[in-house]
Design a binder for this molecule. Sequence first.
Ligand code: MEV
Length: 434
Amino acid sequence: MDTTHLTKFYKKKHTDKIEALYLAGVISKKEKETLLNRTLELDSETGNHLIENYIGNYSMPLGVAMNYVIDAEEMVVPMAIEEPSVIAASSFAAKIIGSAGGFNTEVTQRRMIGQVTLKNIANFEEASRKIETAKQDILSRANEAYPSIVKRGGGARDLEVRILKDDSDSGIPTFLSVHIHIDTQEAMGANIVNTMMEGISPYIEELTGGTALLRILTNYATECLATATCVIPTNKLKTATFSGEEVRDRIIEATQVATIDPYRAVTHNKGIMNGVDAVVLASGNDWRAIEAGVHAYASRSGQYRSLTTWQKNDTGDLVGELTLPLPVGTVGGAISIHPGAQLAHSIMNHPNAHTLERIIVSVGLAQNFAAVRALVTEGIQTGHMGLHARSLAISAGAKGDHVQQVADILKHSKHKNLQRAKNILLNLLEEFDK
Ligand code: MEV
């Protein structure tokens, strides 16, 4: 990638942005044509096959975040998102973090978990023992239910038995849950896991004498974790009003608040998910699955808390860390069908699933840094309103150059609302007619 073509990217015209990506080697000539001809749309025949009662496409802006350095590699990251300030904030944070060495990431082995949950178990200890004794047999049967994943080098790897007992007086009976840990290779693997769970459940019923109530993967992918860390020296943090040390300490304190207060933690984590969801969506992955798993992970201590930690190291630098369950895939689902997803994978240089996890968790950490840094210094409205002003200008009916002109006047207006945007546009059009 030749990043010299990407400097001041945000200032370029739409067509020049696409040319710059092409010149930088981020997109191919064919992808450049696709973007210029606006043919990134899902065609209606594919849409019709993809979902029931298909009537059209609901489009979302696709942009690229700049300046990412992840495990020493420069990256351009595709993001599908409608919220105006997210990509700007992401690129801003990545620039600061990139200039300090970038993100370092770690990933666990990728294992998805399937559950067969049973009711009507007479003796839980005995049922658990029988399942554990038959472990190899159960894993083999799971693999027989989906032989192609075994051929691809994956398959069922491990088994765990859990007795689900409610200690309160809720009257909920006890259930038995059998977990199978499955290597789904490059796939997110919902179909693989679900097929395996349905395949093994008659045998598990036979072994335990119970009734299989649920046979499905869990989206709480605790065996598929990705971690990003970054170290930012204080000289990269100072603003016009605050010293670098003050900004560092304020970011640490804000994260402490999000660690102890669920009301703040939800918003803090929403800021992380602004980045995470945008990449998950662009890459054609199931963002509902990621959202559900991430928020359960934020509650793993028994209380909903901040997903990030920000601390000070011995030399006084700010150190950030984020761990997320990220069961994303690079094959299957919409990934190989959706032209936007295909472009996104190409922009990221066709990452494997592990690399995609590394990218997503880094974006989450950057997004959190950008939001909290802004919140504890100038506040987010300054940056937000600048970009929000353009949305208001478009809502007011501005077209072409008028969008930026209305936004620029609006930014300096006392009231930044739709009515004001409409009045500014009217004045501009009257001036134009004179
Ligand atoms: C807005 O989309 C996200 C923030 O609210 C995140 C945060 O408060 O940390 C700015």
